[in-house]
Design a protein around this ligand. Sequence first.
Ligand SMILES: C[S@@+](CC[C@H](N)C(=O)[O-])C[C@H]1O[C@@H](n2cnc3c(N)ncnc32)[C@H](O)[C@@H]1O
Length: 248
Amino acid sequence: MAINNEEKQEIKPIGHNELAHKSLLQSDALYQYILETSVFPREHPCLKELREMTEKHPWNLMATPADEGQLLSMLIKLINAKNTLEIGVFTGYSLLSTALALPSDGKILALDVSREYYELGLPIIEKSGVVDKIEFREGPALPVLDELIQDENNNGAFDFVFVDADKDNYLNYHKRVIELVKVGGLIGYDNTLWSGSVAASSNAPMLDYIKRLRGYVIELNKYLAHDSRIEICQLPVGDGITLCRRIN
Ligand SMILES: C[S@@+](CC[C@H](N)C(=O)[O-])C[C@H]1O[C@@H](n2cnc3c(N)ncnc32)[C@H](O)[C@@H]1O
């Protein structure tokens, strides 16, 4: 697990109460404006219900914020994605955003070490009518990716991959996911600005879990910047998302 239980205790008192408010934007009013003019008027009722349920969870900080969910949905539709992979599900906000954006014959392979988290959101996902698109597998993601790579039919099989799990494994995920995504397909790495800490000096005050994992995020960002197999675009949405389009 990227964030241990002790560190989760540390997050609790200052955790975001509303996951829609997880943003690097300095102005809360401006962020609220974005939500109210762009995201909320079009948010699917089941996504709203899932978000409001997740906001009450003590570790709601982990959930994908609503504006980022909207971005994922737009990207999936723009690239006509059909076969997708998600690493890091939690209660399922990004998962449901993806499932709703996919065509009726679309598929998501969803990986998480915790079925318990997934099952919190599952009744709402079932209500949305898109649960048949989802194959959930419980357990660490790396062995599943290794297993997928063994089968050459999976080479380039995915149109879209969203990685939002243990930051200390992102580079390991990249080395596998790059083979699984098709040329022209897209990978999104979440939290690549890591609360803005990637641009702070190493002795700046920061929460322990931010400090401990910051080096992994910086290493990933350097790697992606020079990986000739992809072109990238890093956006300050949510906690930062790096989009990687496989080019060869
Ligand atoms: C940031 S949350 C995912 C948030 C989710 N995308 C959403 O929209 O709410 C990270 C998730 O990664 C899972 N995770 C942590 N380590 C993992 C691993 N090695 N393999 C698979 N999942 C892992 C955690 O259980 C947690 O649910």
